[in-house]
Design a protein around this ligand. Structure first.
Ligand SMILES: NC(=O)c1ccc[n+]([C@@H]2O[C@H](COP(=O)([O-])OP(=O)(O)OC[C@H]3O[C@@H](n4cnc5c(N)ncnc54)[C@H](OP(=O)(O)O)[C@@H]3O)[C@@H](O)[C@H]2O)c1
Length: 301
């Protein structure tokens, strides 16, 4: 049983969606999809660090609001919520928020700087946490109308790979934090949480969005695990192996929001993600059995 989202969720016909990181990739695909629903009554708040990157959305529709938003800045988050409230007036509600903004810091963990690691966790975790907290406040005031908070994690929020330690740290923090906050909600508020865990998607994620630590001389051998993984990922991307389109993610999230069923707390997306998460849990069960004798400390398990 889903221990958190226990009631079916019904998307209101005039739902308002807020999405972070809409300049490219998954955020752009979701914003583009929701823009097509505006003529049937839904509303879109599309956000980006540089609002000129949102020129793919129409300028002349009052139900599409484009806002500047950098999730690492508390001031920017407060300003975006206040601008949205001003724009929609007494009609301001938030039904679905998609915390999508993020990037990967990759490379050798020993050479990662304080600055690089704090920026990564500030974006992935604190950005998601401050947006979620602000959204809960708005959703709570809508007297049971509630909503869905989609926090975009990753397959990397469940399984860890070499050479991405701080990316995993940020995504695992999102996972644990979201699960805890979801359990803090009163059921009558009808606020649902969904941690989204895609495997590879064809976006700017491996391109200009990616940050790299300085290569550490001790880790440069071709047999080092992170170098081998990089080679495997590069080949996979070149061959388009198992990579999803950003529109696949948009369609899946729209389906979860609109199908009138309970919202899953976790949603691996892509066959790779689903199989790897399953294998991880099965492996963990085996590991758990192996330590049973020690863990039990003489008690019956
Ligand atoms: N692509 C994949 O294979 C994959 C797989 C699993 C999970 N994800 C997750 O999916 C999410 C979207 O990534 P993507 O694949 O669509 O890559 P993307 O095309 O690089 O998009 C990332 C978006 O995040 C924005 N962003 C970064 N830092 C931000 C900040 N401080 N404030 C606001 N926006 C910020 C970027 O804006 P700028 O244009 O201003 O940089 C861009 O719009 C990320 O959370 C990523 O971790 C991706």
């Amino acid at each position: 049983m889903n221990p958190v989202n226990t009631k079916p969720y019904s998307l209101p016909p005039d739902a308002t969606w807020l999405i972070t990181g809409c300049s490219s990739g998954i955020g752009k695909a979701i914003a583009s999809l929701i823009a097509t629903k505006v003529s049937s009554g839904q509303r879109l708040i599309a956000t980006a660090r540089d609002p000129s990157s949102l020129s793919y959305l129409p300028d002349d529709n009052p139900n599409i609001l484009k806002l500047r938003l950098d999730v690492t800045s508390p001031k920017s988050v407060t300003a975006a919520f206040s601008d949205a409230a001003k724009h929609f007036g007494s009609n301001f509600r938030l039904d679905v928020i998609i915390n999508n903004a993020g990037y990967s810091l990759s490379g050798d963990t020993e050479s990662a700087t304080e600055d690089e690691t704090h920026k990564e966790t500030e974006t992935l975790f604190f950005g998601t946490a401050r947006m979620t907290t602000a959204a809960i406040g708005v959703m709570r005031q809508a007297a049971g109308r509630g909503g869905i908070i989609f926090n975009i994690s990753s397959l990397a929020g469940q399984c860890a790979f070499p050479g991405h330690a701080y990316y995993h740290a940020g995504k695992w923090a999102v996972e644990g934090w979201t699960e805890s906050v979801a359990k803090e909600m009163h059921p009558d508020w009808n606020i649902n949480f969904c941690i989204v865990e895609p495997s590879g998607v064809k976006t700017e994620f491996e391109g200009h969005s990616k940050a790299h630590t300085r290569p550490h001389p001790a880790y440069q051998g071709a047999d080092m695990p992170a170098r081998r993984l990089e080679m495997f990922v590069r080949k996979g991307i070149e061959m388009g192996m198992g990579m999803m389109e950003p529109s696949d993610i948009a369609d899946a999230l729209y389906k979860i929001a609109s199908r009138g069923e309970c919202v899953p707390l976790r949603l691996p997306l892509g066959a790779t993600a689903w199989k790897m998460v399953k294998a991880k849990h099965e492996g963990a069960l085996g590991e758990l059995e192996k330590v049973k004798g020690i863990s039990g400390m003489g008690q019956e398990l």
